[in-house]
Design a protein around this ligand. Structure first.
Ligand code: GLA
Length: 373
């Protein structure tokens, strides 16, 4: 361990698309995400003269100095987790403080050092840049702090870190995806049992991501309000979560109706994938988008436009991905058409006045963990 302390160490975590199943995770439902080939990386250099090993006292005044390749500023947080994330500026540094606080609360003894963050996941886009950051930071915290946790415990710890950083009560979709990703596969995630079934993505199919042109952060969105509304409905029905509700029970409540119908679409999508019925996939994605737009009311005209442009240029299906309120849509395409679809949609968005339209193909990425040099 002492030798390791002098070594530069690196951890990584991928972003994700959610192919279908949004606003279901916090009601014990189903999601079908895919980690993508874009990631956040944390590189840690030990502080000069930092105490070695895991014997650092919890009261050690050592600090962690963090910088970001993409974001301005430097943040300094106490390695013992005592820095209140809300006091940290610039705001990206709150994720560092949140991760250090979450890891130390779990018993990690983190030595001081210099942490450098870099990410290829676009921010404010619904591609889980925040979760990629939180998972990579938490992996660093537990790796340096001598804890050994399984992927579900790590996902919970990363969510704890993010909630400390932002105050937003997210679900576990993003963190579970980053920690369970399997190259070449989508992940059928059961948010009640927190189990994951990898489902192969046919080689002929691929996904493209298109930014709507309107950014969002969960903190500034109606996310918490939507969540509170469906929690209240579940409680009024006497159910532990809307996972247990029947379509009849929620027929007259659009928010709850979305959650129940979306769970059914996720299972139908996974069944169709397993059975090779690829014709069924696109219509399920479009039905999901319609439900998120009309029943859950989390789409925007810009997201609807991006879906429309993808379909106009040959996508098999498309929908907003993640929380909505802005950010990205995902399109299902024939893999050998992906570059063509991307180019045509980007051209349309530029013509509609979007500055620097962002559109790209994604492939299934690998699970978070130690990063290669
Ligand atoms: C965000 C949250 C997730 C999930 C999605 C919507 O990405 O972080 O937990 O609730 O929104 O499906």
């Amino acid at each position: 361990m002492a030798a390791d302390d002098l070594t530069v160490r690196r951890w990584r975590a991928p972003g994700r698309i959610n192919v279908i199943g949004d606003h279901t995770d916090y009601q014990d439902g189903f999601c079908l995400p895919m980690a993508i080939d874009r990631e956040c990386r944390v590189t840690v250099r030990p502080a000069t003269g930092a105490p070695t090993g895991t014997a650092v006292a919890r009261t050690d005044p050592a600090t962690i100095t963090a910088t970001s390749v993409q974001e301005p500023g430097t943040v300094v947080v106490a390695a013992d987790g005592s820095t209140d994330p809300a006091t940290v500026e610039p705001a990206w540094g709150r994720f560092v403080a949140g991760a250090v606080a979450a890891c130390t609360a779990r018993g990690a003894a983190i030595p001081g050092g210099t942490w450098t963050i870099t990410s290829s996941v676009p921010t404010g886009s619904g591609l889980s840049s925040s979760a990629a950051l939180s998972v990579a930071l938490v992996l660093a915290g537990v790796g340096l702090g001598g804890l050994h946790l399984d992927p579900v415990a790590l996902a919970r710890l990363a969510l704890d870190a993010e909630v400390r950083a932002t105050g937003v009560p997210g679900g576990l979709l993003d963190q579970m995806t980053a920690l369970h990703a399997v190259p070449g596969h989508l992940l059928l995630l059961d948010c009640r049992t927190l189990t994951v079934e990898p489902v192969p993505l046919p080689r002929s199919l691929g996904f493209v991501v298109v930014h709507s042109g309107r950014a969002r952060t969960l903190a500034g969105s109606g996310y918490a309000q939507r969540r509170a509304a469906v929690e209240a409905t579940a409680a009024a029905l006497g159910l532990p979560a809307l996972r247990n509700a029947t379509p009849d029970q929620v027929a007259h409540d659009p928010r709850a109706r979305h959650v129940v119908s979306e769970n059914a679409r996720v299972l139908a999508f996974a069944d169709a994938l397993r059975a090779g019925r690829t014709d069924a996939l696109g219509p399920l994605m479009l039905a999901s988008h319609a439900s998120l737009r009309d029943d859950y009311d989390v789409s925007t005209p810009e997201l609807d436009r991006a879906v429309d442009r993808l379909m106009a240029h040959g996508a098999l299906g498309a929908r907003l991905t993640g929380a909505g309120f802005g950010g990205c849509v995902v399109g299902l395409v024939q893999r050998n058409h992906a570059d063509d679809v991307v180019a045509k949609v980007a051209r349309d968005l530029a013509a509609a006045g979007v500055t620097d339209p962002l559109a790209f193909a994604v492939r299934p990425g690998a699970a978070a963990g130690v990063a290669p040099d």
